[in-house]
Design a protein around this ligand. Sequence first.
Ligand code: FES
Length: 142
Amino acid sequence: MYTEKVMDHFRNPRNVGFIENADGVGQVGNPKCGDIMKIYLKINDHEIIEDVKFETFGCGSAIASSSMATELIKGKSIHEAVEFTNKAVVEALEGLPAVKVHCSVLAEQAVKSALFDYSQKTNKVIKGLENYEPEDEGMHCQ
Ligand code: FES
């Protein structure tokens, strides 16, 4: 049912933890299953994501998705990271069962939420997040 990649990232998740004084923090929850994902970003003066950590209280697919998401956005610029989608996570994990795709959506939302937090703190406009509404987060994840 699960690919080896999913099992690997579930058993040995990368970048678990939190970043003190993070430049951006995003937390989203899935109201249906109650799972919660939190992403911390350390962003340098060149707008590059220097470090990223996550805390996920959720299912195995959510943990594997968060782990893969952190690997995919680490070292990227904030403008590249905002293009990040759950599809990239699913592809990198070499697939998720259809009923578990929503878990990867949580990872996309957590990253966007953390980038939005950064844009708010720094007064920077990130293209793609202009109409972002944090209150809605999690509601699309079914
Ligand atoms: Fe809730 Fe996977 S079942 S995020």
